[in-house]
Design a binder for this molecule. Structure first.
Ligand code: HEM
Length: 158
């Protein structure tokens, strides 16, 4: 199974953990010959599983090129189906693409995710992440400041 084909858009990180694939790269694997799915931020090459899938080939092919998490979860797959997933694991989804797809409820077409909208959405997500980090830090700082203030005032007032 190919980790990366010609003209790959994947950000390969063989030396530092799992291979990271972009949603654009996944779009090239949407057929019987090569079928990749992304579920919960992980990428699976299910080409060899297509014919064995109890839910049929078509649903798997229809879930390519986009985040298939919602499709997968909506069916209510069993624990053994989840364990089966691991056999087909080939890498992880580019985190920026993960944010793009989950913000859209997991059903954004790959074209929309890789086209012009990609940069602004990526920037928004980075900004949000920084905020998510800074806001709790600010609250903590405020709490410490109040504590120090009150601690200093107590002996003076008694
Ligand atoms: C690589 C990912 C997937 C694996 C390993 C997988 C595996 C399985 C397995 C083992 C079953 C039998 C029931 C169970 O154990 O839950 C099943 C059923 C089913 N799967 Fe998947 N599945 C995958 C992805 C998907 C996706 C993306 C869809 C899209 C909708 C889907 C749709 C279905 C449906 C509709 C059934 C029910 C078939 C029936 O009961 O008639 N599956 N799948």
């Amino acid at each position: 199974m190919a980790e990366s084909d010609g003209g790959s858009a994947a950000t390969n990180q063989n030396h530092a953990g799992p291979v990271v694939y972009t949603l654009a790269e996944l779009k090239n694997h949407d057929s019987m010959e090569s079928c990749w799915l992304t579920i919960h931020g992980k990428v699976y090459d299910v080409t060899k599983f297509l014919e064995d899938h109890p839910g049929g080939v078509e649903v798997l092919l229809a879930s390519t090129g986009t985040d298939a998490t919602k499709d997968f979860e909506d069916v209510g797959h069993s624990q053994s189906a989840r364990e089966l997933l691991q056999e087909y694991f080939i890498g992880e989804l580019n985190p920026a693409d993960l944010v793009k797809t989950t913000q859209q409820g997991g059903a954004v077409p790959a074209a929309a995710a890789v086209d012009g909208n990609a940069a602004p959405r990526g920037q928004t997500s980075l900004f949000t992440r920084i905020l998510q980090f800074l806001v709790p830090l600010g609250i903590l700082g405020l709490a410490v400041a109040v504590r120090v203030f009150t601690a200093n005032e107590l002996p003076a007032s008694s």
